[in-house]
Ligand binder design. Sequence first.
Ligand code: ADP
Length: 408
Amino acid sequence: MTNTPVALTLNAGSSSLKFGLFSIGATPVAMAVGLVDSIGRTPTLKASFGAGMPPLGRDLTPAEASDHKSALATALALLRQHFPEAQVAVVGHRVVHGGPSYDGPMRLTPQVMAELRRLSPFAPIHQPHNLAGIDAAVAAFPDAVQVACFDTAFHRSHPWVNDTFALPRDYYDKGVRRYGFHGLSYDYISGELNRTAPLIHAGRVIVAHLGNGASMCAMLGGRSVASTMGFTALDGLPMGTRTGQIDPGVIFYLVQQEGMTIDEVRDLFYTRSGLLGLSGLSNDMRALEAAGSTQANEAIDYFVFRIRRELGGLAAALGGLDALVFCGGIGENSRLIRERVCEGMGWIGLDLDRARNAAGDTVISTDMSRARVMVIPTNEELVIARAAKKVVDADSACAAGRPNVRNT
Ligand code: ADP
């Protein structure tokens, strides 16, 4: 282990920092994954360290995670305690927005950082936190290679009709486009399908990433052709606290008739809507499933209805359906949601096997089902670690005098 290079992966959200440590020998292998949550409020730390090691969880003092910088220092102290000899050669970062041109991971240079800062207004809730995570990592590992992995990159294969809004053309040129997000998750699922079910991978697949953030992606031959998220990670499915698709006329009404400021509308749409807003109870699907109240049930009804509606629309974009894949916290764990999404969907070729669904099998459709239904746990951290390894390998190849390696 001592001589094997190590990659640190960082995924900085608004109030959380997910981290992973991977040895990047022949293939990346996770040594540790963890989460600092509720940064700046009442922070907590969770981490697990490979097979056989008990997971760790504890409350942090406010000073241990008052901001992203101190949260990273706390995570690193934990990793150093467990792996005192690990030398971090590369840090891979999840970055929400890569704009219209970045279609793969990028090595972070001052020029790339400047471009990512320029994109911040496109993702004001996420991008500044991602960039704060990068700044903190550069300070902590000044000699390590830093790599950005974009949630938008996987969708750059969208055809123009799924990339544009019906606005005057110059807005498209200015970057007002349907970018799509959750790309690291879709990238992982596409790779897993290729590895385990190549015929399905080659066909028409819809992936439903259902977590606190939720979206769906239509893939043809493993590449994204359409997704439910658009210019921001607000569009499409309702989420834990986000509206999902909404008539923009509602914004005019809230501002002009109810006197709300744009910042108040943004806060309403991002943090007080979705499952939380509809249920008046929680953004957490487990709490809604357990509650059984009318409002909680209606929030679930709306969530399921919108998934089914998008399923039909994305299948139309694909010209049919060969497989539906569930992933994300809800997709991987909620048999109820999977069952309700697939109910009565025989017309589109889905025939769910209830016993397989209840057992949490990988394939949860019947053997007679025209389209396969699958559950594949996603792994965004591994996608970041792979990208980080690729950059380090490319550096080594360049140093060895092989110039035909792309400098990403
Ligand atoms: P994030 O987008 O923050 O990464 P996750 O992918 O971790 O979110 O998903 C969080 C969601 O998954 C929450 O709504 C949580 O309630 C839901 N979830 C986790 N386990 C279950 C379960 N057993 N049944 C239903 N929902 C679950």
